[in-house]
Design a protein around this ligand. Structure first.
Ligand code: SAH
Ligand code: SF4
Ligand code: F3S
Length: 475
């Protein structure tokens, strides 16, 4: 069970603390107030936190990494599963003591939970002063001023246009090498289990010029890897009025790849129904577009996929994976999987295991189904798979993934990969850590070389654990 908990805690429910740097040091600027921000949920939420920090900075608020120094505390929240919300609620209660000690302290709940629960958050958590949904961050400075007068401040309006395209994010918690660039917001897919269309609103794509400008600026500042982010990047669509041209994700990816061959490009997430051959061809044409696709499966049973409203069948998904491997033989594929969705039988579950094996995923994010109020599944279907069965099936999925990841890593032994160094290994200052284009973590001794963070280096893999490759620099 510990293993399951660890997995539930990984990435999607990750806590990212307010590792914000202020653009000018505190001694040079007299900030109105200091804010502390932490972020839960997906990479898009983390990217939003960087936009929020930018909006606050340019309105005279300085970031602090220390909760105790903050006059404003913000939590950028996630609603994707019940547990994600429970984690935030628990965290909020921890701020009560600080509020009692400092009467002027304001607490703001931002993001998906703010959007889902709206003013209910003010009632339920007496300590919340500000509630702001994902499309309303520009109004944060005005809302802070309102809350300072003792009035509760709420803005949860969703927008059809807001992309924050003109806002240059403050890079938080950054290693100076890898950055996220948001290319679209919202989601139109309405997967029946999913709360995102309700918390993030309609899908809209960001101005392509602003994306390319942001990526170029990052490269000029020394960043070497950017991840283009959206709930469904392959449905990116933007009309370039200047050139009377329709820009698809394939076009955008190619334009970003052309910024510089030294800049690595990743993207996430791809909905299997939308990823096109054109995208795969762009990937094969440009060495700097990483050979890795995150292609959520959710379930291997066509009947369940239909109930989930995923719009593909098991066979269609497998054919998509075949096509990826045909065009990109060297591409790794990772997935998201849900166990115990409404009416799931043992046979359905076996089909999920079978598809996992067929696709040979290198990694997956695995969850048991958590009913979200207001979603299509909550309205239409009964959450009828008992929790123990959901968890047992999840464990089987986790075990299958362990087997596949180990096999994939063993297969890498003896091979040499180009690694982008991201920093020191967690365990030793004498070793670097970085990733291959396949998104596999690789740890290797620094040796007598002078390589540093942000450099590319050829590394030969000699050994592995389930999650990490271990190698040595090939001069
Ligand atoms: N837009 C992405 C995923 C966003 S949410 C996509 O479509 O692939 C990330 C993952 O959380 C989903 O892929 C799904 O596996 C999981 N998830 C979403 N809603 C869930 C729920 N109600 N219960 C359990 N897992 C869920
Ligand atoms: Fe949710 Fe489906 Fe949209 Fe992904 S594609 S965010 S799972 S509705
Ligand atoms: Fe969570 Fe919202 Fe992302 S619900 S997964 S933070 S889009």
């Amino acid at each position: 069970m510990i293993q399951l908990l660890e997995i539930e805690n990984k990435l999607h429910d990750e806590v990212r603390q307010g590792e914000a740097y202020a653009p000018v040091s505190d001694s040079e600027i007299a900030y109105k107030k200091h804010f502390y921000i932490e972020s839960y949920g997906c990479a898009m939420n983390f990217s939003d936190t960087e936009i929020i920090a930018s909006i606050l900075n340019s309105n005279g608020y300085g970031a602090t990494k220390n909760l105790e120094d903050a006059e404003l505390i913000f939590v950028n929240t996630c609603s994707i599963r019940e547990k994600a919300e429970a984690t935030v609620r628990k965290r909020l209660t921890e701020f009560r003591k600080l509020k009692e000690a400092n009467k002027g302290l304001l607490v703001g709940v931002l993001g998906c939970m703010a959007e889902r629960l709206k003013t209910k958050l003010l009632e339920e958590e007496k300590l919340v002063d500000i509630v702001v949904g994902p499309d309303s961050y520009r109004s944060l400075p005005a809302l802070i001023e309102q809350a300072e007068t003792g009035q509760k401040a709420v803005n949860v309006l969703l927008s059809r246009e807001e992309t924050y395209a003109d806002i240059s994010p403050v890079r938080l918690d950054s290693n100076g090498v890898c950055a996220f660039v948001s290319i679209m917001r919202g989601c139109n897919n309405m997967c029946s289990f999913c709360v995102v269309p309700f918390t993030r609103g309609r899908e809209r794509s960001r101005d392509a010029y602003s994306i390319i400008a942001e990526a170029t600026e990052l490269f000029d500042k020394g960043y070497k890897e950017i991840t283009l982010l959206g709930q469904n990047v392959d449905s990116y669509y933007w009309y370039d009025e200047k050139k009377d041209q329709q820009i698809t994700f394939a076009h955008l990816l190619e334009q970003v790849a052309l910024i510089n061959p030294e800049l690595r490009i990743r993207f996430s997430t791809s909905h299997p129904k939308d990823i096109t051959d054109e995208v795969l061809f762009v990937m094969s044409r440009h060495e700097n577009v990483c050979n890795h696709i995150h292609l959520p499966l959710q379930s291997g049973s066509t009947r369940l996929l239909q109930l989930m409203n995923r719009t593909y069948s098991k066979e269609w998904y497998k054919a998509k994976v075949d096509r990826i491997k045909e065009i990109l033989p060297n591409c790794t594929i990772t997935a998201d999987i849900i166990t115990g969705f409404c009416t799931e039988t043992e046979e359905d579950h076996q089909e999920t295991l079978e598809v996992m094996e067929y696709c040979g995923y290198d990694m997956s994010y695995m969850y048991f189904y958590s009913e979200r109020p207001g979603t299509l599944a909550a309205k239409r279907f009964e959450d009828d798979v008992p929790l123990e069965i959901k968890k047992r099936r999840l464990q089987e999925v986790v075990d299958m993934q362990g087997k596949l990841s180990t096999a994939g890593n063993l297969n890498d032994i003896g091979k040499t990969f180009k690694i982008l160094i991201e920093g020191d290994s967690k365990k030793s200052e004498l070793a670097h850590t970085g990733r291959s284009e396949h998104n596999k973590s690789v740890v290797f001794p620094k040796g007598n070389h002078n390589f540093k963070k942000g450099d590319y280096v050829m590394v030969k893999v000699n050994d592995c654990t389930r999650a990490t490759l271990i190698g040595e620099i090939i001069a």
